[in-house]
Design a protein around this ligand. Structure first.
Ligand SMILES: C[S@@+](CC[C@H](N)C(=O)[O-])C[C@H]1O[C@@H](n2cnc3c(N)ncnc32)[C@H](O)[C@@H]1O
Length: 268
């Protein structure tokens, strides 16, 4: 896959793109990622890329010419067709499923907005897919673009050391992932659930399945296919097998006791 990012701030993006899994995926030729300075495509002698909005109002708007010229020039660099993406709070929601769908693309071309946004005629001319990271407004498109690139690249074959690690991850199916523990076995009086130390793979698998369902029911019942029937259950009670005490840790963080629950209570 090839990914091109059009941005006013390549220096903000480069450190993140070069680190960890994204950096290793490029070194291993799983993906090639290029950043392009939008100003380099401006026909203005001072490399101006924005102007005041027609009709008045605050802020500046990114002009058509630099963006359209940048997209056309960058697309000519490679014969493979590019999916044009415009991060925007007004787009459809970016999800794990979208990330999966984009792994099938040979090229992604992402236009990072800034200021009040971009001239609407860019959208009419280039017809990019407008995608939102969530119902909030950020200063510019760099962070949303990085989040999208990261979520896609880690799904590409060869990007992770262990491909299996994506299979049980949150949102892969209709569940959140189970909780993780590592050494030491006990920390400040908190123990790792006994079953995880048992070496019994079937039991561990069962615990993880249960913990995953339990956590989903507590935090994101909307993900479950039959979520309406869970709607009234505020906390996640241990299943019948909890008699053995093994499931307690998996289900210990009900909504009221979670950091999220405490925050909601504090707000009142
Ligand atoms: C300040 S925002 C513009 C917001 C726009 N005036 C509005 O109210 O819809 C500037 C740029 O940040 C990016 N951006 C901000 N919030 C975003 C979000 N939730 N998802 C994706 N991109 C976002 C977009 O690229 C956008 O063009």
């Amino acid at each position: 896959m090839r990914i091109d990012l059009i941005t006013l701030f390549p220096e903000v993006m480069t450190p993140y793109l070069s680190a960890s899994i994204l950096g290793r995926a490029q070194a291993a030729d799983v993906v090639e990622i290029h950043t392009h300075q939008l100003r380099d495509f401006s026909s203005d002698p001072h490399q101006k890329v924005d102007d005041r909005p027609f009709g008045g109002g605050p802020g500046m708007v990114l002009s058509c010419q630099p963006i359209v010229d940048a997209v056309e020039a960058i697309e000519r660099l490679d014969a493979r067709p590019a999916l044009r993406i415009l991060p925007s709070p007004q787009g459809f929601s970016f999800t794990q499923q979208v990330a999966h769908e984009w792994t099938a693309c040979e090229r992604l071309l992402i236009i990072c907005g800034h200021y009040e946004g971009i001239d609407e005629r860019v959208v009419e001319l280039l017809q990019p897919t407008e995608v939102s990271l969530g119902d909030f407004v950020m200063t510019s498109g760099e962070l949303p673009a990085l989040a999208m690139v990261d979520a896609v690249v880690r799904l590409l074959p060869g990007a992770l050391g262990n491909e299996a690690s994506t299979l049980s991850e949150s949102f892969q199916g209709d569940r959140l992932e189970y909780p993780h523990y590592t050494r030491p076995r006990e920390y400040r009086g908190l123990s790792v659930p006994e079953v995880l130390l048992s070496g019994n793979h079937a039991e561990i698998e069962g615990w993880r399945r249960e913990a995953s369902e339990c956590r989903t029911r507590e935090r994101r019942p909307d993900l479950l296919p039959d979520h309406k029937s869970y709607a009234s259950s505020a906390s996640c009670l241990p299943s019948a097998s909890a008699a053995a005490g093994r499931w307690t840790s998996a289900c210990s963080s009900n909504v009221a006791r979670s950091a999220y629950g405490r925050a909601v209570q504090a707000i009142g």
